[in-house]
Design a protein around this ligand. Structure first.
Ligand SMILES: *Cc1c(COP(=O)(O)O)cnc(C)c1O
Length: 397
């Protein structure tokens, strides 16, 4: 024990944790139902982290990473680099601002909050929030928390906000905060932004804020031929949120939030004296480790790596969809999506592959989905398909 890096208690707990880790890794082996990239690939980062001595100290990214700070024990400079990287990837056509937060929900929260504030500044009125019934539940929750009226627009069978219903619901004389679902959580549907924008134009809604909730799709789309679907230059959105733990597989929940600089500047007119004017973000303390991890991945893996990864996910999703149809199992996949949703199989399969559930009467009732993430390779899909084929044979007997 003399040379062991652990003391006695640590040694005991390490053994306990090793067992726990085995249990977790067994679950990871078959994980198909959630938008988590289980190939984190962060061990190189942790080697550096321990060697550097920083593993025994605390850093904190409180405050605006672009502003000079009084607290220098931060990774603000890398946070800026990550935001810059994403702003470029998202084709921002104007000045921008951003932060790295605690998850897609945190990113959406900033979108809703910043939108509410800038529209309030402009009109003295609170906006109405418009979001599709199949958008992530966090959007409803956040609008509720922020005391905003929400109009939840029905979605078509594919999962996109229904254009005619949006036209009916849109109040022409009220400020509007539209949350576009760029990849819904269950069906992987993208709202038809062009068609919805046309409605906004026809109704000449003057005061509007556009937030793109691109938690999963915002990670891989910019690396594909479909990159224009999240182009700021093209869609003029005010803000966008991407989860860092989804496509990129950062090993803890986190997000990238980017907005137009004008939106950020409008937050500064705070008349609450104890709020520092350069602190418009919702949480004070933020992780300094996350930006370092994010930058580590972006730099060490590189653009081509992610472009290939995105392509492989899409190809594998296409493969899964085709194979399900070959089995005559009702299945669907939306354009540019890595999610395949299908008739729900038996509980045994649901459990074995950690599949998520949903229900849509228009598609025959109970559904499940597979999110084809980077760790989901063909052999795993083949294993799943084999299990499903067995279930079908069992039913026919
Ligand atoms: C996952 C997801 C969220 C929530 O993100 P978290 O990172 O889990 O907080 C929000 N919107 C969409 C579309 C998602 O897929």
């Amino acid at each position: 024990m003399k040379n062991s890096p652990f003391n006695l208690q640590e040694q005991q707990l390490t053994n306990e944790y090793l067992q726990y880790a085995d249990e977790m890794l067994a679950v990871r082996k078959n994980l198909l139902g959630y938008p988590a990239n289980e190939n984190s690939g962060m061990s190189g980062f942790y080697n550096w982290y321990i060697q550097s001595g920083l593993a025994d100290s605390l850093m904190n990214n409180a405050g605006d990473c672009y502003a000079p700070s009084h607290f220098d024990l931060s990774s603000h400079r890398y946070e800026c680099k990550v935001i810059d990287y994403f702003a470029d990837l998202l084709q921002f056509a104007e000045d921008y601002w951003g932060l790295i937060g605690t998850g897609g929900t945190d990113g959406n929260n900033h979108g809703v909050y910043f939108g509410k504030k800038i529209l309030w500044e402009r009109t003295g009125e609170l906006p109405i929030v418009y979001t599709s019934a199949e958008a992530h539940y966090s959007n409803m929750r956040l609008a509720d928390l922020q005391g905003l009226q929400v109009k939840r627009i029905p979605a078509d069978t594919e999962g996109r906000m229904d254009v005619a219903s949006f036209a009916k619901a849109l109040a022409p004389n009220k400020p509007a905060l539209v949350i576009y679902a760029i990849g819904t959580t269950f069906k992987g549907a993208m709202d038809d932004v062009a068609a919805l924008e046309e409605i906004i134009r026809q109704k000449s809604v003057k005061n509007i804020y556009r937030h793109f909730d691109a938690a999963l799709f915002g990670g891989y789309l910019p690396f594909t031929r479909c990159k224009d679907l999240v182009s700021q230059k093209l869609w003029h959105y005010d803000s966008l949120a991407i989860s860092g733990h989804k496509f990129f597989g950062i090993d803890e929940p986190c997000c990238v939030f980017v907005c137009r600089k004008e939106v950020f500047d409008a937050q500064q007119n705070s008349n609450i004296p104890y709020l520092e004017s350069s602190m418009p973000m919702i949480s004070c303390s933020r992780s300094a480790l996350t930006p370092l991890k994010m930058y580590w991945l972006l730099k060490t893996k590189g653009w081509y790596y992610y472009a290939r990864l995105a392509l492989v996910c899409i190809k594998n999703a296409e493969y899964l969809h085709k194979e399900l149809l070959k089995l005559k199992w009702p299945a669907w996949r939306n354009n540019a999506s890595n999610i395949v949703y299908f008739k729900r199989p038996a509980e045994e399969i649901m459990h074995k592959y950690s599949l998520a559930k949903d229900c849509d009467k228009r598609l025959g009732g109970n559904l499940a989905h597979i999110v084809v993430m980077p760790h989901v390779k063909q052999p795993l899909l083949e294993r799943f398909l084999k299990d499903l084929a067995k279930e079908i044979v069992g039913q026919e007997r």
